[in-house]
Structure formats: structure tokens, C-alpha cells
Write a protein that binds this ligand. Sequence first.
Ligand code: ADP
Ligand code: MG
Ligand code: MG
Length: 887
Amino acid sequence: DRYVFDFAEGNKDLKDLLGGKGANLAEMTRLGLPVPPGFTIATTACRTYLSTGDAPTALSQEIGEHLNRLEQVIGRKLGDPDDPLLVSVRSGGKFSMPGMMETILDIGLNDQSVQGLAKRSGDDHFAWDSYRRLLQMYARTVLEVPDELLQAALSPGYAEWDVSTPEQLPAAAIERACGALQEVIADYSGRPFPQDPLEQLDLAVRAVFRSWVTPRATLYRHQEHIPDDLGTAVNVMAMVFGNRGPDSGTGVAFTRDPGSGEPGVYGDYLQDAQGEDVVSGVRNTVPLAELESIDPRSYAQLLTAMATLEHHYRDLCDIEFTIEHGRLWILQTRVGKRTAAAAFRIAVQLVDEGVITLDDALLRVTGDQLGRLMFPRFDSRHDVPVIARGIGASPGAAVGVAAFDSVAAQRLASSGRNVILIRRETSPDDLPGMVASTGILTTRGGKTSHAAVVARGMGKTCVCGVDSLVVDPVARRAVAPGEVVIEEGDLLSLDGLTGFVYRGDVPVVASPVVEYFEGRVALADADDLVRAVDRVLRHADVRRTLGVHANADTPGDAQRARRFGAEGIGLCRTEHMFLGDRRRLVERLILAEGPTEQEAAFDELLPLQRADFVGIFQAMDGLPVTVRLIDPPLHEFLPDFTELSVQVALDRAAGQPDEEAERLLAAVRRTHESNPMLGLRGVRLGIAIPGLFAMQTRAIAEAAAIVTAEGGTVRPEIMVPLVASEQEMRLVRHEIESVLAKVAEETGGAVPARIGTMIEVPRAALQAGPIARCADFFSFGTNDLTQLTWAFSRDDVEASFFPRYLDAGVFPVSPFESLDRTGVGRLVRLAVEEGRKANPDLLIGVCGEHGGDPDSIDFFAAAGLDYVSCSPFRIPVARLEAGRAAS
Ligand code: ADP
Ligand code: MG
Ligand code: MG
């Protein structure tokens, strides 16, 4: 019901209402840190504004009341002609969206109060530069005046004074620039710049509301999976000034290195500057440690504030601060973004420092981060020349072709190239190009520049501040020292850890984390990152209740899965066992006329299948192996219809018809289906081609007997695909059981095997109870279940209309990537509930690709599954996420 809250009223847990920035400003105010006073307009007001086109009626009165209080506290009035209070109007949603929305500084200046400010401060330059900033930000944010027009108003003085940025101009020149900006504003909008400070404030607040829905903010949200309907809060805060000379300045500080996780003083500082100057990377900053010699007192105070914040939040914090005439002000803090490596290192450091528990540590890292650490890196033994070095701002090994603007980056990426985007600095307008690129290189700015922050957030490689590289975006080229020219399309390699830039493509090697998982490096010889990962992962194993199995079709995959921690195979596909040389045998099976020929074909396939299973059972000694009986339509094993037709026609024309080819063609024609995905496949094959599942079952049982005789322990689980009805399951189960009994008799020992089914057809989920009565286990095949529930085929839709659907927000992420909880997930829950009710011993897992997706794993844990199964490489990610889900 209220929309406006004083900083002293909120706290850090009110992010939904006050946004992240507002909640943390409130928290810092309560902690007694030097935060300029102000108030926060809640996200609810923004939501009303965006849905109705107008702010809530009560809002302006509430703002007025809070403003009065602020004026009393400070002892000055907003825009007072003699001694004006100035405020900033800052965006800030629930989730941090760095630089994506708008902030307007120095509200309250007008043609009179700028004079007052100049007189009071005794600093004309400062006053006019502040006014210039307000006019510029107002034009850009409230009126959306194109940047070219603003630059045209600012730049005429540059040549005369030999400068390249407006704040370097002398006061009188800035005053002239202010006049020019006012003309642009009046021309562009048909109204002069509002002199009334309250009107400025009102327009600024609305502009910040609107900045929630700009294309770049929307794109960022979709990229980061932030819901569109949250809206932004607006923080109105008394201005403090870092642009009042050398004893003033502004900076960004991190309580630990967000790149590596090392503890220490970390950040950037810029003397005589206002906030945006640092973040935009327009001017070159100095390392924060140099503040110690510039202003020892403020530096000491800052360190104390940093310690207070880290202690309070029990995590790495990043902090924006400003020093005005030697007085420190904290303007923002949040739990800082960090690289994947830093996340693991910091979590374990904090455990060692006694700040958090291992359970907490588990929640400080994510499966996505672990996945990132498993990416390959550059091989150090290569001779590709280094052409320049910058600051490694977001780690990774990126190889790609150079692009000098967003458009080129998108074009090259859509032609299938990996792209390195090269810019002097990036602005939010470069976002589409950054999304399209593998790596980002800037020549200005440090680890806290826009490029660095955004790249880290997206997990892309970034090297900043490569100042020896001279970029000419118009000519689409850059020149490195030694006249090394890089043109659009040239190959480059970026090392986001060391900051090295290479001309050419550097070979990449496996990550140390993977080397450790693979058993090629012992823990004792591994670096602290590997040890941190290991420690957190072991704790995840202790906590998790969800089993983690692997999808593996070969002994090699099975062994790797085991090394990565798999507790069984949740999906061993058998169709791969019918490819290659064996395709001929499948052809014979399909061409067989009569049971004798068919029998003969089975007899040839049997020993081959058996040998495959022996290898896998050996690799998984003691662990369950779920073998899925053959699933795809048979024609997938036959030659292509068109090619075969042409061949047959040619043979005939040459007067040499090939009888075998003719028969094959007839078979291809016979088995052709217009909707193979919905045709003769899965359990339907088993029922339509008697003997097929029996042969596979026999191969499994005989292989199990062989490995058992060798002294191994085999736990086969036979899985029937595409079942939709209880009757199908009964028929097939009967056949499987009789084969198992026969083999047991022949080999003189029963093979304990489970018989179960995939739940991948919506009807199977709806019939889970009856099906469960004749199944020992269920395994959700969520790929097919998703396709069949949504009625779209993954092979066809991902490239055609999915991009449009994602843009339009039909779903925030592809339902093939992350399980659609409300639709497909509902079927999963139903099947779990009714399946268990009918058969309390029912074992339930999932073997679709969702089994390796962090968000989906969380869902499966909550739905009460026994295990997830995923590709061997995703096993550690799944272990970690399962541990998090249980914490
Ligand atoms: P963002 O969310 O994009 O970082 P901010 O709201 O933090 O935007 O504001 C941009 C810059 O302006 C920051 O560097 C901040 O420190 C500075 N700033 C904001 N409010 C004030 C203020 N009241 N006094 C001085 N600087 C400010
Ligand atoms: Mg900020
Ligand atoms: Mg399937």
C-alpha cells in the first residue's frame, strides 16, 4: 500500500520490494556505514506504471513527503537557487543487471541553482560539469536523444582545448556545452529543459521505470533468465561529489578478487570523477591499492567498511564508493559476481575462516559454475605469437575471428564462426554482439568495466584494457605493436586468465578439474582450485539423496562415468550396437522372409550384442546397468530411399539389375513412415517383430552369466521404451521373463534382473498406476516426453520458431534444456505419485538430457525421484546439484 521507504526503514531481505540496490542501501544505513541519505520507491510502483502507463496516484505525494524529510536532514532544499540539494535517481531491480537500466545524477540543477552551486562550492568547473552531466543524462534517459546529437553539442570545444572528454574542458567551455545541450533538448522534444526540480525528479523516476523495458534490459533478462514482470525499484539519494578536485574521486572495491578468489584489496579508483566514469571504462583508473598513498584516511576507512560488509554478508561484496573532499561515502554494495573458479575458492576459504559451514559452501557454488571449470584451456606449449596483453577479466580460452562491432559479430556468428568482439570499451548497446561472441576484448577499462562485468555474468572469456592495441572501428581493423594488423575475420585467441592476446589459434587442453576427475592428476598434486572443487563435491555426495547415474553406451564411456562418480548406468542405448558393419545384419533381419531367415539374422546379431554387454557389465562391476531395448524406427538402419532408388534405376538402365538392391528398395519403401517419431518404434517393434526383444534379452542374460562366472557382480535392468499401456508392458514382460528363465536354466544360475519401462509418452504417465504393477522401475525419458507433451519435434523446432518463442517469452528457456515444470513436470509428478501408490518398491529415475541440467535436477529431487542419469561429462555437475537440492 505504501510505495516509498526511507533507507533507514528497509533491510537486505526486502529485495522483492526495494530491489537489490535499495535493500542493500537500507542494510548499510542500518549498519551505520556512511551512506548518503535517501529513499526507495518500491518495485510495485514500477509494475503499476508499466501495466497502466501511469504511476500510482499516491506516489507523488509520498515522494514529496520523503523529499521534505530528506531536505530537513540535509538542511538544504532540492534545487534551491542559492544552495541546492541535488539527488540521484537510480534504478535497481531484485536481481543485479549491471548498467542495463538508467540512473540520472545531479537532479535539482537548473540555470539558477548551477550558479548557487558554483558560488557555494567556489568551483565553477565543478558546478557546470555537474549541470552538463544532468543535461546529458536527462536527454539520453528521459528523452532518448541519440548519442550523436549529444556528442555534437559537446565536442566543438574539444579541438580548441585539445581534450577528448567533456569534463576536461574549462568551466566556460562547459557552460557553453550546457547551452548547446539545452538547445538539443528543446529541438528534439519541442520543450525546453524543465527548470522545476520537482518536475525533473518526476520525469526521472518515470524514465527509470521505463528503463526496465528497453530492448537491452529485456535481452539481458532473457539471457540471465530473470522474469520480465518484476519491475525496478527507484532509489533517490542525496548526491555526493567525487568530481571536486584531486582530494575527491570515485571507485569500485571488491573484498576478494572476483576473478581468482584471492583475498586482498581489489578494485579501481579514479581521482576527480563521478561514478559512471569508472564503470564505463572511459578513463583509465588506478588500482585501488594506490588510494593508500592518495588519501590514507579514506583508504583506511574503506578497508574497515569492506571488512564490515564481508563479515555481515559472509561473502564477497562489491562496493561503489565516492570520496568528496577527503570524506568517504559508500554508494552501493552487493554480494559480488565472480568467476566460477573464484566461487569455489571463496566458498572453501570462508569455510576455513570459520565464516560459513560446508552446507553453506554448497549453496555458494552452482552446477553451471562447475561445468564452466570443466572447459578446456590453452595449451602452454605452443608457439602462436602473443601480440598484446591486457587484463584477464573473465577466464576461459576463446578462439575466434575478429569482429569490430555488434552487427559484424552477429553476422559472423550466424555463419557458424566463433567470434572475438573487439571494442575500445563496451556499452550496453554492444550487448547483442557480446551475446553472439565467444570472447570479448576491450582496449580500455579494467576488471570492473562494463565489458568485464557482463562477460563474467555470461561466462564468456574477456580481456580488458589492452591499451597497446589501436582500434579503428570504422575501418574495422586494429593495430598491435610491431604493426601487426588485425582485420575483421582474422583469427585470434584470448586467454581470459592471463590477459594474453594471440594472433592465430592456440591449441587447447583439458581443464585441471577434468584431469583430476579422470584420475590423471592426484589430489595431492592438484592446485587449490581442484582441491576446493573436490571438497565441495564430496560434501554434496554426503548430503544428496538423489543417485547419479550415467548415460553410456560403450565400455569406454562407462569407465569414464565411473571415474566421474556415476553410481550406475541409467541409460545404455542399444541402437548404436546396430550401426557400422552391423548395419548389414539389420538389413538381413528386415529383409528376412519367414522365421528361418529371421532366426538366422538373430543368430548372427546375438554374439555381437552379448560381447557389447560383457564389456559394459565388466566396466560397471557391482553397479546397476539399465539397458534400453531397441528404440528407433528400423528404417534408420536402412539406406536412404532416394539414393537407393537412383542406384537401382542406374543398374536397371545398365541392364544389370541387382536383386539384393531391389529387395532392399522394396523394404525401404515398405518401412517408410511419414511420421517416424510416431511410428513403428520402441515397444511397438518388440511386439511387431517377434524374437527381436528376445534376442536382446538373451544377449543381456548370457553376458550377465559370463561376467558372473568370472567373479563379477552384475545388476542388469532391462528397460522397455515408448510404452503407453499396461497391456504392452505385460506382453513384453512375459517374453523377457521367459527368456531370462530359459537362460537361467541353460547356464545353471538365475540372473537377477529388473524389468521396467521408460515413461516418455504422456499416456504412460496418465496410466502410471497400472503400468507400475508390471514394472520394477520407471525412467522418465524427458526428451520424448517433452516432444510429445508439447507436440513439437526437437529436430525441427529448435532452429525454426524457438528463437521467436524465447524472445516473446513463451518460455524463458527451451523446454529441452530445462524441464518445463508446469506442463511436463506435472506429468512427472503424477506418474511418480500413482506409480508408487501401485508399486511401493518402484524405483524411479530420469534419463533424458534434463538429468544433467541444474534447474531440472532440483525439480527431480523435489519430485522424489531416486536418481538422475546424464552424460558422463555432466556427472560432477549432477552430483553437485543433487547435493544443493538436498541442502
Ligand atoms: P548502476 O546500477 O548502473 O551501477 P548506479 O545507480 O549505481 O547505476 O549509478 C551509476 C553511478 O552513479 C554509480 O557509479 C554510482 O556510484 C553513481 N552515483 C549514484 N548515485 C550517486 C550519488 N548520490 N552521489 C554520487 N554518485 C552517485
Ligand atoms: Mg552501480
Ligand atoms: Mg525416447
